[in-house]
Design a protein around this ligand. Structure first.
Ligand SMILES: [Mg+2]
Length: 228
């Protein structure tokens, strides 16, 4: 089989890494004092805003540069500051530091180690190329994968069918032998099912939104070793 993994929150623990980096920046820049808010409240607003802006980015309604500072600018605004310079500083520092964070999802390396003995492993990620390449190298992930497909390099993002067709070509695989493993219901699961692939929805605390003959669910990466 050809197993295509999503990167953020499927292998690389995006939520945990992002929490830790922003927590450090929040305290270095003395934001609790400036904004009169505790970090956890700031972070939960930021996370919601970040998801909303990524969704607009997928729909090609905003550009990368706008996404990057606006998630911070809108969060600062929400907590009563309209400091554009501060939002740009937060954005630059966050993008500079966070790719070097190393937390992976539980069981990631053991699972890749085992699966790579019997299957071809690949990555399809919607992130930005300079960031995603650092994460992949810095966490020792690169050698497990044959094809690493970063949406920004191709002009297509998941869930658009073009990126799945491109992935089949790159891996020299038929869709009947392709599986997408990811945590995002729309981009990973609906995208893959729509492309005629199998899909594995990986989320600790969420259930699939519909049942489908090509869909399986896991709560821990180790379960992949029993599925494939
Ligand atoms: Mg993801």
């Amino acid at each position: 089989m050809h197993l295509f993994f999503d990167l953020d929150n499927t292998l690389w623990d995006f939520d945990l890494n992002s929490y830790n980096v922003l927590n450090t920046l929040f305290s270095d820049l003395n934001l609790e004092h400036k904004l009169h808010v505790k970090f956890d409240a700031f972070f939960s607003f930021y996370k919601k805003k970040n998801d909303e802006l990524w969704y607009l980015y997928y729909k090609k309604q905003i550009q990368k540069s706008e996404l990057r500072y606006k998630r911070f600018y809108d969060s600062l605004l929400h907590f009563g500051s309209n400091d554009l310079e501060l939002s740009k500083l937060l954005s630059e520092e966050y993008v500079r530091i966070s790719p070097y964070s190393k937390a992976l999802k539980p069981g990631a390396i053991e699972t890749l180690e085992t699966l790579s003995k019997h299957h071809s492993l690949h990555i399809i990620t919607n992130g930005f190329k300079e960031v995603q390449n650092i994460k992949i190298d810095n966490c020792g992930l690169r050698n497990y994968f044959q094809e690493i497909i970063i949406s920004e390099e191709h002009g297509y993002t998941k869930p658009h069918i073009e990126i799945f067709r491109l992935a089949e070509n790159r891996a020299d695989a038929d869709k009947s032998e392709c599986v997408m493993i990811g945590d995002n219901w729309i981009s990973d699961i609906e995208g893959a099912i729509g492309a005629g692939w199998k899909a594995v929805f990986y989320k600790m605390n969420e259930k699939a939104l519909f049942a489908h003959k090509n869909l399986q669910e896991i709560a821990h990466l180790n379960e992949l070793q029993e599925l494939f």
